[in-house]
Design a protein around this ligand. Structure first.
Ligand SMILES: O=C(O)C1=C[C@@H](OP(=O)(O)O)[C@@H](O)[C@H](O)C1
Ligand SMILES: C=C(OP(=O)(O)O)C(=O)O
Length: 429
């Protein structure tokens, strides 16, 4: 297996132009495909998760043209649901933002669609979404384990009406239902059962739908009403914001190491909840300034531990776990049970690898508590095929020991060029 050894790093300085947001790229591609008219999407992310969505759309008969750098995509909308005469199989890797929204969207049309993916995708739940689709007329066969992909959809349209959906495992189930709702036969009223996790991702969904002309009534994230007969209409051109989760590693680097880093593409005006990561750094003691489309972080003094519920920013919250290696006191990240059902069991993986660099860690069912070591120890970090494990642990190299990242190529899921950009702002000891 490939590995990358990062020699101890002294400080950071520079600017980073962020690649496009994964969450927005995959939502906008799907909506552009369902919409009437032609949409030019700019600053599209070029990464595995987006390739899976693009490949799926192509197999579904959607015509699009990608620029040579794959960052601009001209999509010819189909103006309606996807239908097929022959059974189609779509491989969606480990992309939650492709698997969940496509599972709902493909129920809108007619035909047989099988959704497959990488082995880890077969351990990531989808039952809460399927259980909400069945009363609307979906017919779903699980091909391996009940409640998990792979699955086959025998589609013949979705009725409207009232439906409830559980929101305590993944917001992507609600996102999927919302995005398909305007194409149901009648009005759809969605009731969220219990707690809704990762709430800001629903704002990304509603914002994306609005860009394509669809209005959703949102009653405090517990009840949503989507009128039937609304059509997705192309806005013409739409630019993908920079990825706020990807921004977190560079911003944390500045807070840890000293120097100043400014990221472009995400700022005070961003629709992405993960922009709030910078507020967590500010609570830890970093100096943070915002422009409409940029965030800048500098270090003005030592970092302090925090004890926070980070359910709203589950992806960027992982970056706090390795930032905690440089904060005095014990940091606690709470209410992140669903870390366990993402690219890997992230609570277990994070706890295991943090211990390798000498941290004292308590892994709770839905929290992690980290007390930094006096000195970070040299370590060989396993990344569990999880892009965020690789990116988070690059920050451990701001200690005085070399850190080896195993399988650094796993960042291809959302950020293939991460280590090049990281190197471009860091200065060795
Ligand atoms: O809707 C989205 O774009 C996402 C929602 C979040 O997942 P959960 O809702 O499963 O927490 C997040 O972790 C994921 O990376 C992207
Ligand atoms: C959880 C993640 O991905 P997915 O969209 O596959 O859920 C992630 O990117 O951290």
């Amino acid at each position: 297996m490939d590995s990358l050894t990062l020699n101890p790093l002294a400080f950071v300085n520079g600017e980073v132009q962020l690649p496009g947001s994964k969450s927005l790229s995959n939502r906008l591609l799907l909506l552009a495909a369902l919409a009437e008219g032609e949409t030019r999407i700019t600053n599209l992310l070029d990464s595995d998760d987006v390739k899976h969505m693009l490949n799926a759309l192509s197999l579904l008969g959607v015509q699009y043209e990608l620029s040579t750098d794959r960052r601009t995509c001209l999509v010819q909308g189909t103006g309606g649901p996807f239908n097929t005469d022959q059974a189609l199989e779509l491989f969606l890797g480990n992309a939650g933002t492709a698997m969940r929204p496509l599972c709902a969207a493909l129920c809108l049309g007619h035909g047989e669609f099988t959704l497959t993916g990488e082995p880890r995708m077969y351990e990531r739940p989808i039952r809460d979404l399927v259980d909400a689709l069945i009363p609307l007329g979906a017919e779903v066969t699980y091909l391996k384990e009940e409640g998990f992909p792979p699955l086959t959809l025998h589609s013949r349209g979705l009725k409207g009406g009232q439906v409830s959906i559980r929101g305590n495992i993944s917001s992507q189930f609600l996102t999927a239902l919302l995005m398909s709702a305007p194409m149901a036969e009648e009005d759809l009223i969605i009731q969220v059962d219990g707690e809704l996790v990762s709430k800001p991702y629903i704002d990304i969904t509603l914002h994306s739908m609005q860009l394509f002309g669809v209005i959703v009534e949102n009653d405090n994230y517990q009840r949503f009403v989507i009128k039937a007969g609304q059509r997705y209409r192309s806005p013409g051109e739409v630019m993908v914001e920079g990825d706020a989760s990807s921004a977190s590693y560079f911003l944390a680097a500045a807070a840890i190491a000293g120097g100043t880093v400014r990221v472009y593409g995400v700022g005070a005006d961003s629709v992405q909840g993960d922009k709030a990561f910078a507020e967590v750094l500010a609570k830890m003691g970093a100096d943070v300034t915002y422009g409409p489309t940029w965030i800048e972080v500098s270090k003005t003094g030592p970092l302090q531990a925090v004890d926070l519920d980070l359910n709203a920013i589950p992806d960027a919250a992982m970056t706090i776990a390795t930032t905690a290696l440089f904060a005095s006191g014990t940091t606690c990240i709470r209410n992140v049970y669903n870390w366990r059902v993402k690219e890997t069991d992230r609570l277990y993986a994070m706890a295991t690898e943090l211990r390798k660099v000498g941290a004292k860690v308590t892994e709770g069912d839905d929290f992690i508590e980290i007390t930094p070591p006096e000195q970070i120890m040299p370590a060989s970090i396993d990344t569990y095929d999880d892009h965020r494990m690789a990116m988070c642990f690059s920050l451990a190299a701001f200690g005085t020991a070399p850190i080896t990242i195993n399988d650094p190529g796993c960042t291809r899921k959302t950020f293939p060029e991460y280590f090049d950009l990281f190197r471009s702002i860091t200065v060795s000891r």
